[in-house]
Design a protein around this ligand. Sequence first.
Ligand code: ATP
Length: 356
Amino acid sequence: MPHTTTVERVTVIATESLSKRFPRVTALDRLSVDIAPGVTGLVGANGAGKSTLIKILLGLSPASEGRATVLGLDVAKDGNAIRESVGYMPEHDCLPPDVSATEFVVHMARMSGLPPSAARERTADTLRHVGLYEERYRPMGGYSTGMKQRVKLAQALVHDPRLVLLDEPTNGLDPVGRDEMLGLIRRVHTDFGISVLVTSHLLGELERTCDHVVVIDGGKLLRSSSTSDFTQATASLAVEVTDTADHPDGTTALRTALDRAGLTVQPAGRGADGAPGSDHVLLVDVAGEETYDTVRDAIVGLGLGLVRMEQRRHRIAEIFRSDDDPDAPDALGGTTGTGGPASGSAYGKGGAVDAA
Ligand SMILES: Nc1ncnc2c1ncn2[C@@H]1O[C@H](COP(=O)(O)OP(=O)(O)OP(=O)(O)O)[C@@H](O)[C@H]1O
């Protein structure tokens, strides 16, 4: 009798053909996706449907069709139970200006059902964890954007949830503030084992922070894969060689030799790695271990000097860049819910800057 093993997939969030239709726009369009424990990035241009999905997952807004579960609970029936176990950091400023962070977070902890002394204790711990110390006794109206974002994160964590949904937590932050916030988010999972779903329209941020990335466009699923799949599948080797008397253009000679050897080679092109002279760099698709040997043998065969040979992982943003727009920024443009076909070229065309 054949022996079979069933591996049960663990999911914290599962949606099945989930749609949300407003009178004039389809915000989510038959979205089916499973999200495992860990840190997951939900990425999409403004209007892609990220906030709508979060509201449905919290049981705050009913789906038009389809179903979804969060921690195994049905969003249509179990909203209260979901919100007991899930923390939520909203996108927009929602902090009362006249109260202190401590008062506010204690209040949120009490609302979540913690008794007064536990609420105060958890508030102190959580505010310390997000990096707010003496300032926590001051009215929040005087806080910087970074401090406000930290308070919003703290109130999402204070009741010790199993999962937090963070809507654009780096919005409005400068690059240093963003890095600090991304570090905090990563630690929410590594230090406390809390799973995280974090939205952003900046791909570059997510590849540093997330284990898994889900991309939506016009309410449809474009791609869901582990971050390493996004970057590893496209690993390439950057190779730079010297010119010699026999080969005054060593780069072209090497390119011809590698083409002949059956490798896929292209010039790194202008500014490919930000270094001047990167037009002398070739990018060779890594087909396997043997690619390194083929490149080495070709260089030796031509008598060229090797300046460098290093593995280069594509950034997620490059995967969504159209071929005719190699300089497109690392941000998702405002494609505003066109609901068009799943096309990578929908990305990277927007006016937003690469701030990640
Ligand atoms: N209550 C509503 N009534 C009508 N349309 C809505 C409503 N909420 C969202 N939408 C529309 O649904 C689409 C998806 O909006 P959503 O806020 O989910 O996008 P998003 O990806 O979170 O973008 P952003 O980061 O800009 O909030 C948009 O076209 C938006 O205008």
